[in-house]
Write a protein that binds this ligand. Structure first.
Ligand code: GDP
Length: 364
């Protein structure tokens, strides 16, 4: 519309036509990361329930974040997703580096997806990943076939924090994946320390991958881990390794037979297979499905999940208490001083600890 001052009446006082305002300083910015709208908890939940893997990935990043604002949103998202969780089969897969976990998971994944349908999420607990600045587990490049499968979601281990913290985040990620429709969850862990216990505490079936000829079967070094296993599978049973693997399997069977019977009432089985040549994969999954049916019918499946929820309540409390204490800036200063007093023998460790705790309780 012409400006009224441009009419004849106002001759001598001409106002030029204005130029149309520019739409955007740089229209390309809209498509870039600057324009990414911050999602609300509701957006995340809606995207997850729709099975949108991009939103799921972002929600997992939020769960893994140390930022308190992110954590608040993450907890809200998890809570809203909870009614849609629990309907999957959760399988823990452990083995020392080189045992063939990634080769096997690739084959296991393809097998369950083709035989049983549904969707598969592969997660990991790798407490070493913080030190190595990159996870050695759950990395897409290690599982070439699954990485390009439309029904799989692969996520490397959360990297920050203590083992308890890393494992809690993996457990929360399980819930998000379940809400997104993943009905098979693998949790991979490296068989060298405490991480198996953490993994065991969030899965329905704990599968231990072993190798023949490592001496473990004779020395029983990993007795604790073997006792946790619902199934032991000896990998690389191919070529001229077959006899050795069968021998190792019988050693494992003997070892298991002297352990007290597990609470589940299920006698753990020992099988041999070859991940690389995809031999014996079906037998392993038949065993896992048998176990699930068995424990569902005797009530142990539900009981184990309830026990796990209780365990994680206590774990979360200890983790948050520890985290709150050690991250507190006043306490951090005080810790340095008190540490020195203890080292120099001016205070006993008990007195120093009590003073620190008293100071913390006053601060919070
Ligand atoms: P991870 O460290 O436990 O994930 O082990 P990988 O899956 O990376 O396997 C370690 C090495 O063992 C690789 O060189 C694989 O090719 C090899 N490997 C894995 N599975 C088998 C198998 O069934 N038979 C044989 N002969 N080699 C295997």
């Amino acid at each position: 519309m012409e400006h009224p001052e441009n009419s004849e009446e106002f001759a001598g006082l001409t106002v030029n036509k204005g130029v149309a305002p520019v739409q955007s300083i740089n229209p390309h910015l809209k498509r870039g990361r600057y324009a990414r709208r911050r999602l609300t908890a509701g957006d995340y939940v809606e995207g997850i329930l729709r099975g949108d893997t991009s939103v799921l990935g972002q929600a997992v990043t939020l769960v893994e974040s140390q930022n308190p604002d992110h954590q608040r949103v993450a907890q809200e998202v998890i809570e809203k997703c909870l009614p849609f969780t629990g309907k999957s089969i959760r399988v823990g897969i452990s083995g020392v580096p080189g045992a063939g976990k990634s080769t096997s998971i690739d084959e296991f994944g393809l097998h369950v997806l083709s035989e049983h349908g549904g969707k598969l999420a592969v997660l990991a607990i790798d407490p070493s990943s913080e030190r190595s600045k990159g996870s050695i587990l759950g990395d897409k490049t290690r599982m070439e076939k699954l990485a390009v499968h439309p029904d799989s979601f692969i996520r490397p281990s959360p990297s920050a924090g203590s083992l308890g913290g890393v494992a809690r985040k993996t457990r929360e990620t399980i819930f998000l994946c379940e809400a997104a429709g993943y009905d098979k969850i693998f949790v991979e862990t490296v068989g060298v320390g405490q991480s198996e216990t953490a993994c065991h505490s969030m899965v329905d079936f704990f599968l231990l991958i072993q190798l023949a000829g490592t001496g473990d079967e004779l020395q029983g070094i990993k007795r604790g881990i073997m006792e946790m296993a619902d199934g032991i599978v000896v990998n690389k049973c191919d070529g001229n390794n077959v006899e050795k693997c069968q021998l190792a399997a019988s050693h494992f069977r003997n070892a298991l037979s002297i352990f007290p019977p597990p609470e589940s009432g299920w006698q753990p089985k020992v099988l041999t297979y070859s991940g690389f040549y995809a031999l014996g994969i079906k037998e392993i999954w038949d065993m896992i499905y048998q176990y699930i049916a068995f424990t569902k019918s005797n009530g142990y499946f539900e009981q184990r999940r309830k026990e796990q929820s209780k365990y994680w309540m206590y774990e979360t409390i200890s983790e948050q208490l520890r985290g709150g204490f050690f991250r507190n800036p006043t306490i951090r200063d005080m810790l340095r001083r008190e540490e020195q007093s203890v080292l120099e023998g001016r205070k006993t460790s008990f007195v120093a600890a009590k003073q620190l705790l008293d100071a913390y309780y006053k601060l919070i």
